[in-house]
Design a binder for this molecule. Sequence first.
Ligand SMILES: C[S@@+](CC[C@H](N)C(=O)[O-])C[C@H]1O[C@@H](n2cnc3c(N)ncnc32)[C@H](O)[C@@H]1O
Length: 270
Amino acid sequence: MTSKPTTQVEVVHQYQASMSPAHWSFSLGGGAGGFHNLGYRTDPSIPPVEASKALVEKLLQMAGYPSGVVLDVACGMGGSTRLLCEHNDPSNITGINISEEQLEICRKTVPQCHFQKMDATDLQFPDESFDLVLCVEAAAHFNTRNRFLSEAYRVLKPGGKLLVSDVLRLGFTNVIRKVAGKQNVPYENYVADLDQYKGLYKGAGFARVEALDATEQCVWNLARYVIQSSSGEGFRLKGYGQYLKRRLFTGWMKFVVMYYVLCYSEKACS
Ligand SMILES: C[S@@+](CC[C@H](N)C(=O)[O-])C[C@H]1O[C@@H](n2cnc3c(N)ncnc32)[C@H](O)[C@@H]1O
């Protein structure tokens, strides 16, 4: 048996569990706004929904707010898809996800867009269908990230743009996960540094690739937000318990994350 079905089952379970408003990652990821990402904070005091919106805005800004036919890969609960509607005709926007539960929420929150259950590594669209492919904080889960990049390249029109925010994990955590049999972040997706990461896009065919290190804004400022936040958003314990839980969360991020990267790439015009 290949690892593909196991990866998907693990990922669907992971996000199913974290969709509950009682789950800390739902609150930190701005879940109420339809987002499930770490966000982009130029200041640690920025609250979750605002930070999640800023992350998508930052990516769109990198590509000069492209318009046309848009694919939102791993669209979560529709937060990014809704934001895309501010810059594009909603009827030209399609979101895909492997989780039907999340897609049901998307269809309610952004009914004017199209949603389909689909694996990012096996896109069911003809060649050269889209002007923009967006993928926020999901590619590390794909089996594999490389297969997704090839598919994104294939479905983009000449001159089309790919925007990705991605988490690059420290190598030893991948080894630990492999030994433990965890597959929600496939071992094959490990890259050593940003140059190697950019090389993946070039290998898939992309002509222009820009990778921005946003670890400070997306990871460390979130850690500072968690430590400082007086509301304790996302953390249900009170007093000392809450303090411990925050410290554990920020320690975990330091333990796991090497880079948070924002990547803009372009398919050459033919
Ligand atoms: C961290 S969440 C990001 C969600 C959304 N992009 C956002 O920023 O709010 C990761 C998402 O990737 C989706 N996902 C994971 N693997 C996938 C795959 N192979 N194909 C499509 N979606 C996938 C999960 O179901 C989840 O919605």
